[in-house]
Ligand binder design. Sequence first.
Ligand SMILES: Nc1nc2c(ncn2[C@@H]2O[C@H](COP(=O)(O)OP(=O)(O)OP(=O)(O)O)[C@@H](O)[C@H]2O)c(=O)[nH]1
Ligand SMILES: [Mg+2]
Length: 310
Amino acid sequence: MSDAIHRSGFVGIVGRPNVGKSTLLNYYLKEKVAIVSPKPQTTRHRILGALTRDDAQIIFLDTPGLQKPEHALGRHMQEAVKAVLDEADVIAVMIDGRVGLTDADEQVFARIKEVVRWRRGEPRVPAVLLAINKVDAVKKPKLLPLLEACAKTGLFADCIPVSALTGVQMDTLLERIVAHLPEGPRWYEPGQRTDQTPQRLMSEFIREQILMATHEEVPHAVAVLVEQVEERERVTVIQATILVERPGQKAILIGRGGLMLKRIGTAARQQLERLLGRKVHLELWVKVAEDWREDERMLRELGYLDSGAS
Ligand SMILES: Nc1nc2c(ncn2[C@@H]2O[C@H](COP(=O)(O)OP(=O)(O)OP(=O)(O)O)[C@@H](O)[C@H]2O)c(=O)[nH]1
Ligand SMILES: [Mg+2]
């Protein structure tokens, strides 16, 4: 190793739901550690992803979308965001360039302003960058006024249009992030990419397929608990329970003649086989746990209470 500067630190990825935060994390890690879906509130806990280079270790913290909580799960989600905002060296705020600035984005900006003011007394005030995402789907003339409006807030050290999906300008954003990281050592072994346990990844991969297949309130009312993982000679057997809040949601998930559950099971199995690199046998059950989103005991069991920054 040369004695060139080595930088390291935490990069909080924040923004309203559905702007593409988890897509960005997966893009930089070149690996799926966070599930992604077109439904808002896909991410429910903090997800750490470490990118190790010779000159820097960038520790991304993906977060649930910032919004007003509506239930106990929502409150824990927002606590996870708060913990990240309190410890990040760089705060990467994301908006959806296709949609432009919404009230929800303005509320995010106001919140970040507050955090910066609050942390002003600390030895290192976090740098705040703005990623204007989804520019693959935005026409240039629409982008310029948006860039101007964002710059005018005075909040951001940089405003960078990117596409987390196609990679446009993602190198530029990464270099700006690294430039704002403090000098520091590697905190994680290069092979250690995420803090997500295999069990957690499995349950998330299953939930992702449920998000893809269901609509309206059902995706939000679903949680997945991996009950057992058994490594057999040729196959990994995974038993998981899908929790829903109401009998009607259970009926929807199972579908006529069990077709819906079968479809979800097949799609999830394929994803799990890719994750584990071996054959998977997946057994799914659907169970009603009334109002589990308000039930602290259930939330703990599902791992939603230990998702704040350590
Ligand atoms: N066209 C386009 N779509 C994108 C881009 N980035 C993300 N998406 C899509 O936007 C949707 C939301 O992406 P996510 O990464 O789940 O968004 P998120 O901000 O993590 O959402 P929450 O976890 O719900 O807060 C998905 O359908 C993505 O495929 C992009 O650069 N371009
Ligand atoms: Mg997400």
